[in-house]
Design a protein around this ligand. Structure first.
Ligand code: ACM
Ligand code: ZN
Length: 474
């Protein structure tokens, strides 16, 4: 290495910048030159390793004009040698870049995939853009890394504004790049029902479109432009599930009940306390129209929907919403009041709890677990429910103390629809302020409030991308 003017001519890049920051990074002199002749060499594989190999082999395809060959064999030179080593922790990896080879050891195929994302982040950005290259220099380095918590999620709301299959895939690509493990797909809300349910085809005929959309923040002015019909067919959903699985990402689908239900009620008004008429909502907010638990048909409908959802999505957890249900309608509805009297319920919180309990019983009968926003604590938590704490951490702390699993997603840190820089410099947003520094600083385990035992219930952390003010990818 010849030192020139304080720099090193043959060492153009000694820095290794990876997000999230790995546990241990040791930079060494020199670099590995990845070329079209480099092979991906599986020394010790696993059943589900193929998507990781395909990812790596095709990452450089545009730059090199060919994909890298994938082989099996003993450790060799000019190769990315891969070892799946089940004696390591499942999500942990050991990535070594040396002059002659790259060696990846991972506790699972998923961990190998994470090592590949680190490798990817060390490549020049031109690779992402498919710029033509003869070779790609990667800094020599040793990285030992593992995630602190297993659940690392991001939610996308496709109801307020719709995003196509390709756009959802792009979103999933971003999760993969950052080694996130869960995609929470918010599929139903007041402003649109976005998932095909074969038993209830009207949902995606009537519930998937609104007459127009409010301009700005509920200004009273509307754009006069019909929005929809927009929804995902079950075939499209299967395609997205496979796409996520190929990136070692689990999808949690969300079907909102008992509130945020106007798209469903506009379709089936008999399922609301007043019987309607209802309209798919044209503005933003929290609305008093909710499902009527006094009508047994409501539960029949939920079960019909959740049955198909459980059939489609292979992940263990299903989200039933539960947030921001206006409970006022239940106080004056004769059917709801009758149900409360018959069951000795003292308030509408207990009525909401009764509904969530029934949803949970159904999901358990399908071998699934229920997750809901922290309002599901009100009136008593369903026995095995997991809680998504969004109104601060209080709901999460309370749930963990009760022995329930928790995902932390407090608004003050984890709402990615908030402003991320000085609002004067930003596109119009819902409000708030969560710049990257604040989001990145968040510690999802409230060590001052929970014992070590209780802390084990914090499954992890999630960011939420609500889309009232996010109209498109741009
Ligand atoms: C929520 O932000 N309503 C969960
Ligand atoms: Zn009712």
């Amino acid at each position: 290495c010849i030192i020139l003017l304080g720099g090193c001519a043959s060492e153009p890049n000694q820095e290794v910048n990876i997000i999230p920051q790995p546990q241990q990074v040791t930079v060494a002199d020199g670099g590995f030159y990845l070329s079209p002749k480099t092979v991906i060499n599986v020394v010790k594989g696993a059943d589900d390793l193929q998507p990781a190999c395909t990812f790596m082999s095709t990452l450089v395809e545009k730059s090199f004009g060919k994909a890298l060959a994938v082989e099996n064999g003993e450790t060799k030179k000019n190769a990315i040698n891969i070892f799946v080593d089940p004696s390591m922790k499942a999500d942990a990896y050991d990535l070594t870049v040396e002059k002659n080879a790259v060696n990846i050891k991972g506790g699972s195929s998923k961990a190998v995939f994470y090592a590949m994302q680190s490798l990817r982040q060390m490549m020049p950005v031109g690779v992402e853009k498919g710029e033509k290259m003869d070779r790609i220099r990667i800094q020599n380095v040793k990285i030992l890394d593992e995630p602190r918590l297993g659940y690392r999620g991001t939610m996308l709301d496709v109801c307020r504004h719709f995003f196509t299959v390709d756009e959802v895939k792009t979103f999933i690509d971003m999760l993969a790049l950052h080694k996130l493990s869960v995609f929470h797909w918010h599929l139903t809300d007041d402003q649109g029902w976005r998932i095909e349910i074969k038993k209830y085809p009207e949902l995606t005929q009537i519930g998937s479109q609104r007459k127009q959309t409010v301009i700005g923040k509920n200004t009273g002015k509307y754009d006069g432009t019909p929005y929809g019909p927009y929804f995902f067919t079950q075939e499209e959903i299967k395609e997205v599930i496979q796409y996520a699985a190929d990136r070692y990402i689990t999808i949690i689908p969300e079907i909102e009940l008992p509130g945020h239900a106007l798209a469903a009620l506009a379709t089936y008004p008999e399922l609301g306390c007043t019987g309607g008429p209802y309209e798919v909502c044209q503005m933003w907010g929290v609305f008093p129209e909710v499902f009527c638990p006094g009508n047994e048909k409501t539960f029949e409908f939920w079960e019909g929907v959740l049955d198909e959802v459980a059939e489609l999505f292979p992940g263990e957890i299903i989200h039933i919403g539960g947030d921001e249900a206006g409970k006022g309608a239940w106080k004056t509805c004769p059917k709801c009041q009758g149900l409360m009297r018959r069951n000795g319920m003292k308030d509408v919180d207990e009525l909401q709890s009764y509904m969530i309990h029934r949803a949970e019983e159904f999901l358990i009968s399908k071998g699934r677990k229920l997750i809901g926003w922290d309002e599901i604590l009100e009136g008593g938590l369903a026995p095995e429910a997991t809680v998504m704490s969004w109104r601060g951490e209080e709901g999460g702390i309370k749930s963990a103390r009760m022995g329930h699993d928790v995902v932390m997603t407090p608004g003050g840190y984890m709402y990615f629809d908030f402003y991320q820089a000085d609002p004067k410099t930003q596109p119009y947003a819902i409000g708030g302020y969560t710049p990257i520094k604040r989001a990145y600083s968040y510690n999802p385990v409230p060590v001052d409030s929970l014992t070590a035992e209780e802390s084990k219930h914090i499954l992890g952390v999630q960011a939420n991308t609500w889309t009232e003010y996010i109209k498109d990818e741009q």
